[in-house]
Write a protein that binds this ligand. Structure first.
Ligand code: NAP
Length: 254
């Protein structure tokens, strides 16, 4: 295990580590994104909750307000249909409201089909690529000016083990995660020594969520880690402790 992975795995986030930090979480209404948004808010962040289902975002908003954490912002966006102009508009609104952005957790993804490539649906392929890789690029590009206005910004992409070694039947999902690793590496290399923006990937590993249940319907979910159990490396990479660390692809579970 590398020193950075060790530091991420054993990280104990101080209560106020995210005070005065503005962090966007995509897919914040459910699963790992919901848990990450709550944890960030508990540690002082003002969280921008981006997702496609308004009611889920509102429920997370209510939970955050109920614990007395900083009031979050809602960004209802369907990543499958939003166009670059929509992300520019969102960036303009966030610029007016906050003036800068200190981090993005790119977490939203869809699984698509678990099926051989010769039967893989063309439309599904396009949807998976749109949500999992095109949208994170569009969003990041639109938000880069706001990230550049932060003294210490962190862009964290979500990868998967099938984005590091291809696996039969995982189709567009696996290919989109390889592309995510590539996007992370290109952006990290471009920004290193140019702007105080670090860019990394995190692989959550097997975690009890709706997506996991879709991929492994016969599995006993009670034996898996829950989203709230795997967050230390997320808080490490998104927060001040990982200042200067960039271009890494870490695991949330080892
Ligand atoms: N769970 C695992 O075992 C595991 C393993 C490896 C990697 N991952 C990765 O971890 C991340 C989180 O996965 P998860 O397991 O928490 O999945 P999940 O429970 O299915 O949650 C995915 C989130 O993404 C949102 N989303 C999906 N399509 C969207 C769209 N078109 N526009 C906006 N938001 C959209 C969903 O919104 P709605 O709830 O409104 O649909 C949901 O909030 C993903 O990147 C996944 O690839 C997970």
């Amino acid at each position: 295990m590398t020193d950075i992975q060790q530091a991420a795995t054993s990280y104990q986030c101080p209560d106020n580590a995210f005070n005065d930090r503005i962090i966007m979480v995509t897919g914040a209404g459910d699963g790992i994104g919901r848990a990450a948004a709550l944890a960030l808010a508990k540690h002082g962040a003002t969280v921008i909750l981006l997702g496609r289902t308004q009611e889920k975002l509102e429920a997370v908003y209510d939970e955050i307000v109920a614990i007395g954490a900083p009031e979050p912002a809602l960004a209802p966006v369907n990543l499958e249909v939003a166009r670059p102009a929509d992300y520019e508009e969102l960036a303009g609104m966030l610029g007016n409201a906050f003036g800068r952005l200190d981090g993005i957790l790119h977490n939203a993804s869809i699984l698509g089909e678990i099926t051989p490539l010769d039967q893989y649906g063309y439309g599904t392929w396009e949807s998976v690529m749109q949500v999992n890789i095109n949208a994170p690029f569009f969003l990041t590009r639109a938000l880069l000016p706001l990230l550049k206005d932060s003294a210490d910004a962190s862009v964290l992409f979500t990868t998967s083990s099938v984005g590091r070694k291809g696996r039969a039947f995982w189709g567009a999902y696996a290919v989109s995660k390889f592309a995510t690793e590539g996007l992370m590496q290109v952006l990290a290399d471009e920004l290193e020594n140019v702007a105080p923006i670090r860019v990394n990937c995190i692989n959550p590993g097997a975690t009890a969520t709706k997506m996991r249940a879709m991929a492994y319907p016969a599995e006993d979910a009670s034996k898996l880690k829950r989203p709230e159990d795997i967050l230390a490396p997320y808080l490490y990479l998104l927060g001040p402790a990982a200042k200067g660390i960039t271009g890494q692809s870490l695991n949330a579970q080892i």
